[in-house]
Design a protein around this ligand. Structure first.
Ligand code: Q46
Ligand code: ZN
Ligand code: ZN
Length: 303
């Protein structure tokens, strides 16, 4: 098949909107789509200090690459979770990806910072639960302390659709009230945005391949993923039968999100007595999980 816009051979067949594109026109299409997402939801401004959280995986690599190409001045943060080979390898990927786009990379290593890696801490909590708490705390605290205006993550359309779908299946209305491409900052919480909100996982993979981004494919050994993956599978099956299912589902959710707003329970946040960050009780969940008595000192290595 030939490209819709030129004589060249098709690199990809897109299903929604249905069209064949050559490599160059696909790259152009993808970048335009990300640019439009940024403009439509007012995600980023060129005068903001932007921190991209990178993992060595495809999504964060692609989002930082595209932002650089669109003229944004970004810095990246990689959090080494201390999960053996997996972390060592993904750190190498993150370094190579940032070198490729000439973006400064900050590295935080959980094991150096807290004395144990993810999976090594003795706690009743599931590994992924305290891993999530740790990652979110570190990137927010790092961004806040270093004066960044906004944190960028690599979530794509498939992540968002399956997250919303999963929360609907369980009627987690609290979560459903607050999802979206932009999570406004408040107090010591730095604003978070998702420029890949409207591109599918398949498009992200095809883009990485088209521009020559090398990324970590192996999954974290702790990934339980089963439930999230099954939501993704269901959505993929529906997408195949009815192209556009995912994007229409997510856009529909954004239109109807206000219906869940009354479910938001106003909670009064205090200051964690250890680190001073927002907390529900005396200590924030990060200081609680890691049983901290004094605030951590970020030893940031600028790679
Ligand atoms: S939460 Fe769990 Fe992930 Fe952390 S322990 Fe690995 S799988 S990395 S997205
Ligand atoms: Zn073309
Ligand atoms: Zn704390």
């Amino acid at each position: 098949m030939r490209c819709k816009f030129c004589e060249k051979r098709a690199y990809i067949k897109l299903h929604y909107p249905k069209m064949y594109l050559c490599r160059d026109h696909f790259i152009e299409y993808f970048e335009k789509k990300v640019k439009r997402t940024i403009e439509k939801y007012k995600l980023l401004r060129k005068d903001e200090r932007i921190l991209v959280v990178v993992s060595g995986g495809k999504d964060s690599a692609v989002v930082s690459y595209v932002l650089k190409k669109l003229g944004y001045d970004i810095e990246c943060l990689y959090i080494n979770l201390g999960i053996g080979e997996y972390s060592a390898k993904s750190e190498e990927y993150a370094k190579k990806q940032c070198e490729m786009i000439n973006a400064p990379l900050h590295i935080v290593r959980v094991k150096e910072l807290l004395g144990a890696g993810i999976g090594e801490l003795k706690t009743a909590r599931p590994t992924c639960s305290y891993c999530g708490i740790t990652k979110r705390y570190i990137f927010n605290k790092f961004a806040y302390d270093s004066g960044f205006d906004v944190i960028v993550t690599g979530h794509n359309l498939d992540d968002e659709a399956s997250f919303i779908f999963g929360n609907m299946m369980n009627w987690n209305t609290q979560y459903l009230a607050k999802q979206g491409p932009i999570l406004p900052g408040e107090g010591k919480f730095v604003k978070k945005v998702k420029p890949l909100y409207e591109v599918t996982e398949r498009e992200v993979v095809a883009y990485a391949l088209a521009v020559g981004i090398d990324y970590m494919i192996e999954e974290c050994p702790h990934a339980r993923g089963a439930t999230t993956l099954s939501y993704k599978e269901v959505l993929n099956q529906m997408e195949e039968k009815r192209p556009g299912t995912k994007i229409n589902f997510v856009k529909g959710y954004l239109r109807k999100r206000y219906l869940f707003e009354q479910e938001i329970e106003e909670v009064e946040l205090k200051e964690c007595k250890v680190c001073g960050m927002p907390a529900l009780g005396e200590k924030c969940s990060f200081c609680k999980v890691w049983r901290l008595e004094k605030p951590i000192d970020f030893k940031i290595n600028l790679f």
